[in-house]
Design a protein around this ligand. Structure first.
Ligand SMILES: Nc1nc2c(c(=O)[nH]1)N[C@@H](CN(C=O)c1ccc(C(=O)N[C@@H](CCC(=O)O)C(=O)O)cc1)CN2
Length: 300
């Protein structure tokens, strides 16, 4: 079997198109422009690229984009003061603090200082609790994007066996909650799971979010299963030339694609959906703040 490749780049472009259309209607009918503020602390090169990309795409869908760059040694008090200002700014509907933060900052404290209604990352403890209890929440972008691709590919996920490899607060745990919400039978596996291969072989849906390059081989995959690869790992690629690198996921793509029914590539799979869903979440937050109908097909 050769798997269908789920094209996250194309899907993300479609989602951004839907967001853009809804934003145009919000402006025309209500005079409202959704606003997203992104806070970047320090100079991590990858974070700088992601933040730049977020700003560009925010403007492309017609939203207001604000970027705040703070020095790597910024005090926690100054960062919290910045978030407080954004919490109280009526033109800002979404606030995101780019992760990871430098070690001297308490990420939990910082995230939990964001107004939960503006927490477009869905990382605030209130949103975690709302999602876990099946209530209306802001949903983390990477799991939301993965769910959208799964729904698009399968229609209903009801009754499917899903195995999520990885138990991070950002991907693994919310992904499991979302799959449960769509009536999957969900297993969360991790580095200490006994006989991980046997657990993964039971899955109709495998979500690999373990952060280890090419960890899942094709002989762990049930024939015909759908594989969502959340990993983004940069490896040296001397075969491409001196000093060159390449991106790989958490699954061994070639061997998994030979067995799976469908698979997301890296790059071009889940990654682009993360920013598309950030824009969708900002739109959702703006609609909720203004008591307007939420966009359909862009929420969990
Ligand atoms: N506050 C947050 N911080 C971080 C998040 C997040 O969701 N919220 N996620 C990641 C980084 N990230 C967005 O912030 C992100 C990662 C990857 C991609 C992406 O499109 N990747 C491409 C490859 C890009 C490349 O060539 O390097 C792909 O997979 O095709 C978008 C966003 C950590 N921090």
């Amino acid at each position: 079997m050769t798997a269908t490749v789920i094209d996250g780049k194309a899907f993300a472009a479609k989602v951004r198109g839907m967001v853009g259309e809804h934003v145009a209607t919000l402006k025309a009918d209500h005079g409202i422009t959704p606003g997203l503020a992104v806070v970047l602390v320090g100079e991590d090169p990858a974070s700088q690229v992601y933040v730049k990309s977020k700003g560009k795409m925010t403007v492309e869908v017609g939203m207001k984009s604000v970027e705040h760059r703070m020095d790597a040694d910024v005090s926690e008090a100054d960062l919290l003061a910045m978030i407080d200002t954004l919490n109280n700014d009526p033109t800002i509907h979404g606030i995101l603090v780019q992760l990871p933060l430098p070690d001297h900052l308490n990420s939990d404290l910082v995230i939990n200082s964001i107004d939960p209604a503006k927490d477009v990352d869905g990382f605030h403890i209130s949103n975690v609790g709302l999602l876990g209890t099946g209530q209306k929440a802001m949903v983390p972008c990477t799991p939301l994007g993965s769910l959208m691709m799964l729904r698009d590919h399968h229609g209903s996920l009801s009754g499917m066996n899903a195995v999520v490899i990885g138990r991070s607060n950002i991907v693994g745990k919310p992904m499991a909650q979302l799959l449960l919400g769509d009536s999957c039978t969900v297993t969360i596996a991790h580095s200490r799971t006994k006989d991980l291969a046997a657990v993964v072989r039971q899955a109709d849906i495998v979500v690999a979010a373990v952060g280890r390059a090419e960890m899942v081989p094709g002989d762990w995959i049930k024939p015909g299963a759908t594989v969502i690869d959340v990993g983004i790992n940069r490896l040296d690629a001397p075969e491409k030339g001196e000093g060159k690198t390449k991106l790989v996921g958490d699954v061994d793509y070639a061997s998994c694609a030979a067995v799976a029914g469908a698979i997301t590539p890296v790059p071009g799979g889940v990654g682009p959906m993360t920013i598309a869903c950030l824009l969708a979440n900002t739109l959702t937050a703006c609609c909720r703040a203004n008591d307007l109908a939420e966009p359909t097909g862009l929420t969990a």
